[in-house]
Design a protein around this ligand. Structure first.
Ligand code: UCC
Ligand code: FAD
Length: 580
């Protein structure tokens, strides 16, 4: 046998063993939590069947297109062969197929057709959740498209955006449009009020011409955009700060498909999201219509932020779910130390921890989708409206961070193969990293949480406490009592913390903002896991996941406060430490 083995590896012989690849199976049928959630809340055969068939399509063809988008990134053609400036963004055929598919499958339309009433958003987001990891990041333009449709709907679907609305929400690939969301300029993407230099020059026909520089514009192959600019008065003066910003609608291309009043300076060279063009744009007299009242641009585009932040959260949990589906399959194919990975308890513990994170994230995100669905169909109580405002940034900031951690752990579960580019796994981690940056960074969203709390005179927090307690009160399973007690204790700690914080100088709560947002997320996820596990159709694993979730520090803001983290002495110490 020794000689045979030697021959096997001699010259060009590379041996007989090849590792089996992890298989992507129908992501809908593989996801018992998703199925259970729908069975409980939206037990509809047509929805089930659509998601099952879509899941098959993802495995059969769409996942391959997603990979094609990654390996055939967009490029910018600035001049044609005869020297004319064209600024054409060339995308892969797979990217274009994604656009057609998005229309056909109703990935935006479902949210506006509202065939399932208040549950239409849940249905739409479940479909996007299945699609996202195979979409080659086409979910990014879809998020902005959905956000633009939401803004237009909230303003009233009429001229000059009635046609755009019908296109954004269309199922006809020929008619379907995508939208951009141009908010970020060179001076700042978080501080939009001080960062925006773009000016809007009024025209005699009531339209405007925009001039400025948009520093980040994603999916710049879009057909239209919503953007911010400062209207100039007759002396050419503008109002500074956020109060000077208005929101505009602009078609990006003319009838010949050429950009109008725009120079594409360059495409960004990015860590991830390489499938999608992200450009720097010089606006040089871009024709536009003002949609908001003057000076109400941020408030008006906030509806878009709500929707895109929900999409971001959906993509985050979708990425976690996908890496887990592949990792658990791989564990049935790969052996180490004489047995399959799945038979190593420590490996299973690692995957189980990822599973708990993913379940908590899924339920939180679906809760936000449920709430927006209720709000849009006129079913939301005042309490639910407050909850939606609070939980949107909470879910976005928390799941964005979870996705990076869980997907990173997921890569490790494939060993060295997780680091190999053409397995497709590294792209998942790269693409996850952006989820905590765009649409508001973690800190900026933590401050948004504080702002919405303080501006509601306590009503937002009251909604949070009341609803969380009602979820706990409905949990009757004795096996869950430890988890219920943990969440209850964390909730009391949080309440006491907030009472004490109200008496401190403002800097205290600002320092606590991130930990507060994390506490709100963890406690609420605990309550949702308990609630789901208490449902009559729940499994033992649902209960186990709830117990495991609630073993962690659910309220870090209390433990951190106890060790003086938000003490006014810490900022200079933090700064000294950083700059030592
Ligand atoms: O990154 C981007 C696109 C990436 C691609 C899309 C991916 C989607 C997911 C895909 C998954 C694969 S676009 C750029 C995104 N940029 C941001 O997110 C900006 C981050 N910065 C903030 O969020 C800041 O908090 C600002 C810009 C909103 C702060 O501006 P102001 O003007 O200082 O804010 P104010 O004064 O607090 O708010 C002005 C008004 C107020 O209304 P009124 O005047 O009626 O009281 C606020 O209540 O806007 C309202 N408002 C909001 N309303 C502000 N934020 C919100 C909100 N989140 N929800 C509701
Ligand atoms: P800054 O605002 O400079 O923030 C830098 C750091 O400071 C961050 O860590 C932030 O958390 C922190 N910070 C800022 N303010 C505070 C504070 N008050 N307290 C504590 N910490 C703070 N934008 C668009 O408008 N449209 C797009 O289509 C788009 N696409 C993008 C695509 C990609 C791939 C990327 C990476 C970004 C894209 N963006 C887009 C821009 C994105 O929204 C911004 O980068 C983001 O909002 C952050 O803004 P900034 O880059 O100016 O960072």
């Amino acid at each position: 046998p020794g000689a045979e083995r030697q021959a096997e590896f001699s010259r060009a012989g590379i041996g007989g063993f090849f590792q089996e690849r992890p298989m992507l199976k129908n992501p809908f049928l593989e996801d018992t939590l998703l199925q259970g959630y729908l069975k409980r809340h939206l037990p509809n055969e047509a929805v089930y069947s659509d998601l099952r068939v879509f899941g098959e399509r993802l495995v059969r063809e769409v996942d391959g297109w997603g990979r094609e988008c990654e390996v055939t990134p967009p490029r910018l053609v600035t001049y044609d062969p005869w020297g004319c400036r064209v600024d054409r963004i060339v995308t892969s055929p797979a990217w274009q197929r994604m656009k057609d598919l998005s229309a056909q499958e109703g990935l935006v339309a479902i949210g506006y057709e509202r065939r399932y009433g208040e549950w239409s958003r849940v249905y739409q987001m479940c479909k996007l959740y299945l699609y996202s990891p195979s979409s080659g990041l086409y979910t990014c333009p879809l998020a902005m498209t959905d956000g633009a449709a939401k803004v237009i709907q909230s303003l009233g679907v009429s001229w000059p955006v009635a046609d755009a609305f019908s296109r954004l929400t269309s199922r006809d690939p020929e008619h379907f449009w995508t939208s951009g969301q141009w908010m970020t300029e060179r001076r700042g993407g978080s501080d939009v009020g001080n960062g925006t230099e773009t000016v809007a020059l009024p025209q005699s026909d009531g339209t405007y011409r925009l001039s400025g520089f948009k520093w980040f514009t994603s999916a710049t192959d879009a057909d239209m955009t919503l953007t911010l600019a400062r209207v100039t008065d007759i002396d050419g003066q503008t109002t500074s700060g956020s109060r000077g910003l208005s929101m505009f609608y602009a078609a990006v291309r003319d009838e010949q498909g050429m950009v109008q009043g725009i120079e594409v300076q360059r495409l960004k060279d990015k860590l991830g999201t390489r499938q999608m063009p992200t450009a720097e744009l010089l606006l040089d007299g871009l024709p536009a219509h003002r949609l908001s009242e003057e000076g109400r641009g941020v408030a008006c585009i906030a509806n878009m932020l709500t929707v895109t932040r929900i999409h971001n959260s959906v993509s985050a949990v979708a990425g976690m779910r996908r890496v887990l589906q592949l990792a658990r399959d791989y564990a049935t194919r790969r052996s180490a130390f004489g047995k399959l990975l799945r038979d190593h308890p420590l490996h299973m513990q690692t995957l189980a921890r990822m599973e708990v994170e993913t379940r908590g994230a899924f339920l939180l995100v679906m809760e936000v989708c449920r709430l927006i669905g209720r709000e849009e169909t006129g079913h939301a109580s005042q309490q639910e409206t407050h909850l939606l405002r609070l939980l949107t940034p909470v879910a976005k900031l928390y799941t964005g961070k979870q996705a990076v951690a869980v997907i990173s752990e997921g890569l490790e579960s494939f060993g060295g193969q997780g680091y190999i580019e053409d397995t497709g796994l590294p792209a998942m981690l790269r693409d996850a990293q952006v989820l905590s940056i765009w649409e508001g960074t973690t800190n900026v969203l933590s401050l948004d949480v504080l702002r919405c709390v303080s501006r509601s005179s306590g009503l937002v927090l009251q909604a949070y406490f009341t609803h969380t307690q009602s979820l706990l009160a409905a949990a009757s399973l004795p096996s869950l009592s430890v988890a219920v007690r943990s969440v209850d204790r964390a909730l009391s700690g949080l309440r006491e913390f907030l009472q004490a914080a109200a008496l401190k100088p403002p800097g205290f709560i600002e320092l606590a903002a991130r930990d507060l947002a994390y506490s709100l997320a963890r406690i609420y996820m605990g309550a949702l896991l308990i609630d789901h596990a208490s449902w009559e159709g729940a499994s033992h694993s649902d209960a186990y996941a709830a117990l495991r979730w609630c073993e962690q520090d659910l309220c870090p803001v209390v433990s951190k406060a106890a060790i003086g983290c938000y003490n006014m002495k810490t900022p200079p110490l933090d700064a000294a430490l950083v700059y030592e």
